[in-house]
Design a protein around this ligand. Structure first.
Ligand SMILES: C[S@@+](CC[C@H](N)C(=O)[O-])C[C@H]1O[C@@H](n2cnc3c(N)ncnc32)[C@H](O)[C@@H]1O
Length: 216
């Protein structure tokens, strides 16, 4: 995702810091306490890694106000857009970790999450960079650890090579597909209904979107 220089970026980030988590690792196992809800019950907790400008994340949070959402985005000028959206939509069920995550187990406890979304992750096409792909088996092992039994991992991409790699890696770690499409928007799968910013762009170009869902 292209990063534009934002004027007064640090001041703008500071003004929205209530939606941003600076100590993500210290919240491990305690994430639900970070959300202020009345009549506290155990809330479902979902994560999107590489949330970009937050369109998908904040649409979900708006549609499901009783669920909690965490977005992770490593680029500060981009995470700022997510924070602005959270604020503009008046959402109290979304927080952002403004970091490039390397091992999700550093941030989340075993079985802490109800679902993870990976949307249009950076493909890292060079073989020597394969370990940086968010669907490399080392990441997948991490997701397996932090996801509850019965929860899910959902993946969307426009990149056929990344999708093929992802399917191989899922198989290697024993994660079974429950849904798959090589052309999500010409399928009847419900995951086509909420789109990301990248997805909108690719749909305008008439590009196919690859999608799969894994149950843990
Ligand atoms: C291609 S963009 C897609 C953004 C968004 N998901 C969408 O579909 O519109 C990928 C984003 O993931 C972020 N990213 C990549 N690896 C990451 C990591 N390990 N932790 C946090 N963010 C990451 C990048 O900074 C970039 O903004």
């Amino acid at each position: 995702m292209r990063q534009r220089k934002v004027k007064n970026e640090s001041e703008k980030l500071a003004a929205l810091e209530e939606y941003m988590v600076k100590d993500g690792r210290e919240r491990k196992g305690q994430w639900r306490k970070s959300f202020t809800f009345q009549n506290e019950v155990k809330r479902e907790l979902y994560l999107e890694i590489g949330c970009g400008r937050g369109h998908f994340l904040t649409t979900l949070a708006n549609n499901y106000p009783k669920r909690c959402y965490i977005g992770v985005e490593g680029r500060s000028s981009i995470v700022l857009r997510t924070l602005e959206l959270i604020n503009n939509k008046g959402l109290s069920n979304v927080l952002c970790i403004a970091e490039f995550i390397e091992d999700p187990r550093d941030y989340f406890e075993k079985e802490e999450l109800d679902g993870i979304y990976l949307n249009f992750s950076d493909p890292w096409p060079k073989v020597r960079h394969a370990k940086r792909r968010l669907t490399h088996r080392s990441f997948l092992e991490g997701y397996k650890y932090i996801l509850k039994p019965g929860s899910f991992l959902e993946i969307k991409t426009d990149n056929a090579d990344l999708f093929a790699f992802t399917l191989e890696e899922l198989e290697a770690v024993g994660m079974d597909l429950v849904e798959r499409s090589d052309d999500l928007h010409r399928s009847d799968l419900t995951s086509r209904s909420i789109t990301t910013q990248y997805e909108e762009r690719f749909l305008l170009l008439n590009k196919k979107i690859f999608y799969c869902k894994v149950k843990v």
